[in-house]
Design a protein around this ligand. Sequence first.
Ligand code: C5P
Length: 295
Amino acid sequence: MITAKGRAKVNLCLRVIGKRADGYHEILSVMQSVDLFDTVSLDPLQEGEQDSFEILLSRAVAGPMPNPPDLTERALEAFRRHIAPLGPLAVKVAKNIPIGAGLGGGSADAAAALVAANEIAGAPATLAELAALGAEIGSDVPFAVLGGTLLATGRGEQLQDIASPSILWWVLGVPDFHLVTKDVFEKVVPPHEEAPSSCELTEPLGRGAVAGVGALLRNDLEASAFRLRPDLHRMKEAMLAAGSAGAVMSGSGSTIAGLCISKDHAEEVASSARLSFQRVHVVSSAPLGAEIVAD
Ligand code: C5P
């Protein structure tokens, strides 16, 4: 049996540049992996058997069960079609990343499935090739394969390295409701100002200046998410009032991420913010997205 981890992400900055002819939005985003992960295990079955899927939800995951075919299944299909055949598999997904929360849990599962499938097949593809294949599955899957701290452009699938020398500490405040990415993007009002060409926080991020990063956290999807759920705005205020160095909605929501200057600071912020959310997680940034878990 081969098991891979797929990590959650936060968006430190998400700028919406405009709507494209294909229905997606052109974006600019700084994305960061955090140490909260799902695992995907693949166990070869006898020839002639059918794939089986089992999804285990940890207690941290409040939410609707993902409907098959979920992103894990699509990732395995894409791997078989484009990289290498795989025999029938028993697939087990253990979910810890909250669902429908803007933390990229579905993409993390797809990324972990690609990395695990590649290991089973004898590593025919590079990580960069798996990331490119991931773009077929979802806009955030390439990031979930590579991970770390990257600048994403296009619909989120084109990735570039950026400097981020420090470990960042986050409090993830997860509400008791979910937001659907498509619904949030549909409510975006295109910017009136000139299209942004960068995320300003890349400069303090490169210097490891956490307070400077905190002041420049920004997500253009907040306005439409707050229109769908006005209480989410109050939750962002609560994360700031809890003493974080800055707070921002992650992805298309519903998580509010509070940036902290140390682990101790994050524990303090989490204990104050706890009352405003269904669940809080204290997490650090991580240098990788998906990776094989040693036996
Ligand atoms: O790529 P993914 O399947 O994750 O996207 C889900 C939905 O979110 C898309 O169908 C689209 O409506 C919206 N979306 C968008 N612009 C992006 C990414 C997603 O409009 N850059």
